[in-house]
Ligand binder design. Structure first.
Ligand code: SF4
Length: 174
């Protein structure tokens, strides 16, 4: 077993502190970076930077970002739901680590596009309905894995169908 335990800290979304949706940080108290290239091999559509040792992916509507000693997760309705997800993730990480001799590690980088590139795929209305002051501010949060495309209600309008499809291709579920 690689990942033994974690200590959870809940975080309210910066854009709307009174929201019922919660984010979380699991502090690992250990370094698990050696498993990241194996996760990069196994998790479909994940983003990975081997130099910075950061891996992120979207799963069941949650953004998951794994750092060497910390895991950030977003958009849960309750602490219990988050713990259930983190326990699943912990088991998954340990399963991949336990099976690493049969997995070819992948060190290739696939990064989330830069905010300026994501901005081109947003509606550009700067309406604030996502909870951020502008589309650029939202693009920054998207690129940091702290927001998901579902947070922009306008992108679901028919007139932005093409942009939504391109964004969805970037942020495919794992
Ligand atoms: S809701 Fe969408 S269109 Fe409005 S500011 Fe946010 S990202 Fe831009």
């Amino acid at each position: 077993m690689l990942l033994k335990d974690y200590k959870l800290t809940l975080k309210m979304p910066e854009c709307n502190p009174s929201s019922q949706i919660i984010n979380g940080i699991a502090n690992l108290g250990q370094n698990i970076e050696e498993v990241l290239p194996y996760l990069n091999s196994v998790i479909k559509n994940c983003f990975y930077n081997h130099k910075s040792k950061i891996l992120s992916f979207k799963k069941d509507g949650h953004m998951v970002t794994i750092y060497p000693d910390m895991i950030a997760v977003t958009k849960f309705n309750s602490k219990e739901e988050m713990i259930k997800f983190l326990d699943w993730l912990k088991n998954f990480i340990n399963e991949i680590y336990g099976n690493r001799e049969n997995i070819k590690p992948n060190y290739k980088t696939r990064e989330i596009p830069k905010p300026i590139e994501l901005l081109k795929l947003l509606p550009g209305e700067n309406c604030g309905d996502c909870g951020y002051a502008s589309c650029l501010a939202f693009a920054v949060k998207l690129s940091q894995g702290e927001a998901t495309i579902e947070d922009c209600p306008l992108i679901f309008k028919a007139e932005f169908k093409e942009k939504k499809e391109k964004l969805s291709e970037v942020f495919l579920e794992a």
